[in-house]
Design a protein around this ligand. Structure first.
Ligand SMILES: Nc1nc2c(c(=O)[nH]1)N[C@H]1C(S)=C(S)[C@@H](COP(=O)(O)OP(=O)(O)OC[C@H]3O[C@@H](n4cnc5c(=O)[nH]c(N)nc54)[C@H](O)[C@@H]3O)O[C@H]1N2
Ligand SMILES: Nc1nc2c(c(=O)[nH]1)N[C@H]1C(S)=C(S)[C@@H](COP(=O)(O)OP(=O)(O)OC[C@H]3O[C@@H](n4cnc5c(=O)[nH]c(N)nc54)[C@H](O)[C@@H]3O)O[C@H]1N2
Ligand SMILES: [Mo]
Length: 758
């Protein structure tokens, strides 16, 4: 996978959306799908009887507009709903070696996958086959393994609740908990930190809280590109008097100013100033900043006892205040300044804002979760919020912003290699088979298992594991060592080109398409980042006549695989679930807490909110029923002299490993992705010129030379000592062994690198 160097680079933009956002949204849609299909789809996006946008997990407001979508949502729909399909000749014309030499962008541009294909062992090409044959191959190979634990079953976060539930059910009936998912590489650190401290690993706010808050602190997140509809909520917060603080090594356009395309003022005027304060933090410096903030809060309390902390809340609902106070008393301000790159005055200013605010929300995404100390960093967010009782109260709370549109729902449905015992007990009681209890492997564990020969088969419900996971070289070698890889996908990507000895591609319906089963049109459901569950109904005809839904593929796989075993298919009625998704939801209602009466509730206008103890009633389902203030030891990220700390980011024109175009409008990069963004003063120190071509070498203690070649250096206003390059190309630099403590999420935001002139 190589990327082109850009034709042009310009200073980054300081505002996001507005008219260019609309034209950029509609242009590709009209070209890609034609006016009728475009109108039908774009107007149905995020509407009550429409489908859920697959671009991110941002929630829908109660008061929806006619056009409740953003530029990047429109790109995602256009990409999926293209009428272009991969023709039958494609497979004979393009051997695997050819596919492996193509870019992600080229692979995605070939159109939708419309028939199952099989690459036999020893062959270098895929060949079209029938569905029955595909399921028979799956049954033979999976049942031929020595143990079910030799297979791993990945999920990407676009799968619906219904697909995810039947998938985990099949995998556990097959006999393993090897259920890695994209969350392992994404918000796993959030789940770990919030689960431990609050008892629930999800946001403690609802959409409306943005309307009622006094202060939003946005840490490690780029909403202008990745959650554009969040800008509308921030604008509204601002109008209601809230202040906004952005903590980021990059001055991201969407954090600075927003031109709302749905208002005249946004189209024509200067838009709304968003961030009242911008803290340009060093990569990995957030934990130090958060400790420094909590220390200032505790110092203020010491200076005026009884007036600063929420003593009633702390006494009734939390533990650990004395330990935290003692620990932070020794906090070394010099160490904080070194780790953050900030001044004491900047930290004082944020502390004052925090102390002035009655209601505070902290939001975050990958800039926090993909660091070695991601879990303790998020625990420090919880500390800061708990000190003044900002949990379980209107306008206040912890707000991780999820990525994939149903990544949170998939986890709720049981996609996790370590589901808690009560879930497994409920599954066993509902279906009457012995559910395996040993924990399975996560995403990194899956690659490690393949490399060691322990894992011989991979089945993937969506996604692009080999490109999304760290250490591309090692990951590709590991994949190629397996006996079988199976991808259930809408479009081609790298994971179809780098495969096991034998490979299958099973094409599936996308979320935009009408899903017809024996009992008629089906709806599916998804959960957004604030725990709201709602229905999604496809709107256009499927792009091919033999496409199956994800639910149909999974239930038929289950029937084929389990049915071929000596004991037969077992107690689960898979066919009934395929015929009518209400049957799946009835099972979910009995297995998963909060889903009682699922079928009725999901059909209600706007869906329903899942119960959440900390948010709803300050009930904390932790070991002792209290929220935990925790003591966390700072371990600053080390970067030797002459080296930079590199983060891997998304451009404005991609969705994860899917590259729509080679531009990054807000950051001023045009016509190429092979860039490394570096502070001008760092360039001067390194003796490099803006526009120079360099090889980027990763430095890690295992001595392996990981290199990203031929990058164009772009002088950019990032924090000093910190560089940035685009994911997925830059994944060659992220070592597989570099993972976050506890969550094992790859450390994609802090790679020590050396730039060498190419
Ligand atoms: N259009 C579009 N939408 C998407 C996606 C997409 O690829 N394209 N992906 C989806 C998915 S799966 C996800 S998870 C989300 C990702 O959404 P984001 O988390 O916004 O995505 P990243 O591009 O990884 O951006 C990380 C941000 O954190 C900052 N950052 C990096 N390191 C640090 C740090 O140490 N401290 C602080 N304070 N900031 C830091 C970066 O400068 C950057 O602004 O978006 C979702 N939505
Ligand atoms: N270096 C670095 N690595 C990262 C990150 C980073 O910031 N830096 N971010 C991480 C994050 S946050 C995430 S979430 C992961 C993403 O990892 P994944 O979720 O595995 O990757 P995606 O690129 O989102 O997967 C896209 C593919 O999904 C398939 N697809 C799309 N829609 C559907 C559908 O409806 N059904 C099915 N079955 N398939 C579909 C298509 O074939 C498409 O090519 O990457 C992680 N990797
Ligand atoms: Mo993600």
């Amino acid at each position: 996978m190589t990327a082109d160097r850009p034709r042009e680079t310009r200073p980054p933009k300081v505002w996001a959306a507005g008219l260019p956002g609309i034209t950029h949204a509609l242009g590709p849609a009209l070209r890609g799908m034609g006016p009728l299909r475009s109108a039908r789809l774009l107007l149905a996006m995020n509407q009550r009887d429409g489908f859920d946008c697959m671009s991110c997990a941002w929630p829908d407001p109660d008061r929806r507009k006619t056009a409740e979508f953003c530029e990047n949502g429109a790109k995602a729909v256009t990409w999926e709903a293209t009428p272009l399909t991969v023709p039958r000749e494609f497979w004979s014309e393009h051997p695997l070696t050819d596919l492996a030499a193509r870019s992600e962008r080229w692979l995605g541009q070939q159109g939708r996958l419309v028939e199952p294909v099989h690459k036999p062992a020893g062959s270098d090409r895929y060949e079209p086959i029938g569905w029955d044959e595909a399921f028979a191959i799956l049954a033979d190979r999976l049942n031929g393994l020595d143990s079910p634990d030799q297979a791993s079953f990945y999920t990407s976060g676009r799968a619906s609740n219904e697909a995810a539930f039947v998938y985990q059910l099949f995998v556990r009936a097959f006999g393993t908990n090897n259920l890695p998912d994209c969350s392992n590489m994404c918000h796993e650190s959030t789940g770990a930190a919030l689960g431990e401290t609050l008892g629930v690993g999800k946001a403690t706010i609802t959409y409306d809280d943005f309307r009622r808050t006094d202060l939003v602190v946005i840490m490690g997140q780029n909403p202008g590109s990745n959650h554009p509809r969040m800008l509308t909520a921030l604008e509204e917060a601002k109008r209601n008097g809230a202040s906004i603080v952005a903590v980021n090594p990059l001055p991201e356009a969407g954090l600075m100013r927003y031109k709302n395309p749905q208002t005249v003022r946004g189209l024509a005027g200067r838009g709304t100033e968003l961030a009242d304060q911008f803290l340009q933090i060093r990569l990995g410096g957030d934990m130090a900043l958060l400790q420094a903030l909590s220390k200032r809060v505790l110092d203020a309390e010491a200076a005026a006892p009884g007036t600063v902390l929420d003593h009633g809340f702390l006494a009734a609902h939390t533990s650990g205040l004395a330990e935290l106070t003692a620990h932070l008393a020794d906090l070394d301000e010099e160490a904080v300044l070194a780790a953050t790159g900030l001044t004491s005055a900047e930290i004082d200013e944020l502390a004052e804002r925090y102390l002035r605010a009655d209601r505070v929300i902290v939001t975050w995404a990958m800039g926090l979760t993909q660091h070695t100390q991601a879990v303790p960093t998020i625990r420090e967010i919880v500390n800061l919020l708990l000190l003044r009782g900002h949990v379980g109260r209107p306008g206040a709370g912890a707000s991780p912003i999820r990525g994939h549109s149903n990544v949170q729902g998939d986890r709720t449905m049981g996609i996790w290699e370590r589901m808690p015992e009560p879930f497994l007990d409920a599954l066993e009681a509902e279906f009457g088979f012995g559910v395996p209890r040993a924990h399975g492997v996560d995403a990194v564990g899956t690659i490690e298992g393949m490399a060691a020969g322990r894992i011989k088969a991979l089945v993937a419900l969506g996604g692009n594991l080999v490109a999304a996971i760290s250490d591309t070289g090692a990951a590709e070698d590991a994949l190629r060592r397996t006996d079988l890889t199976v991808q259930i996908s809408t479009k081609l990507n790298r994971s179809h080109a780098v495969v096991g000895r034998e490979a299958l591609i099973l094409p599936t319906l996308g979320r935009t398409e009408i899903d017809r089963q024996a009992t008629g049109e089906q709806l599916v459901s998804v959960e957004d980042t604030v725990c709201a569950v709602h229905a999604s109904r496809g709107k256009v005809e499927p792009v091919g006549p033999v496409l199956l839904s994800e639910v149909a593929i999974v239930t038929r796989t289950a029937r084929a695989v389990l049915g071929a075993r000596p004991g037969g298919a077992g107690p689960v009625d898979w066919a009934a679930m395929e015929r009518d998704y209400d049957v799946i939801r009835d099972h979910v209602a009995r297995v998963v807490p909060g889903f009682d009466d699922y079928n009725a509730k999901v059909r209600r206008d706007g869906g329903f909110l899942l119960p959440h103890g900390p948010r709803d009633s300050r009930t904390f389902p932790t070991s002792d029923g209290r929220a935990h203030l925790t003591v966390n030891e700072l371990a600053p990220v080390e970067c030797p002299p002459g080296r930079l700390l590199l983060q891997t980011i998304r451009s404005h024109d991609q969705f994860n490993t899917t590259v729509y175009r080679a531009d990054d409008r807000y950051r001023g990069v045009k016509g190429g992705r092979a860039v490394v963004l570096v502070h001008p003063d760092d360039l001067a120190e390194l003796g490099l010129a803006d526009g120079a071509t360099v090889d980027v070498h990763g430095e890690y203690h295992d001595g392996v030379d990981r290199v990203l070649r031929g990058q164009r250096v772009v002088a950019y206003p990032t924090a000093r000592g910190c560089a940035a390059a685009y994911f997925p190309e830059a994944n060659v630099l992220v070592p597989l062994g570099a993972t976050a403590e506890t969550s094992r999420t790859p450390v994609s935001k802090a790679v020590v690198v050396r730039l060498e002139p190419a």
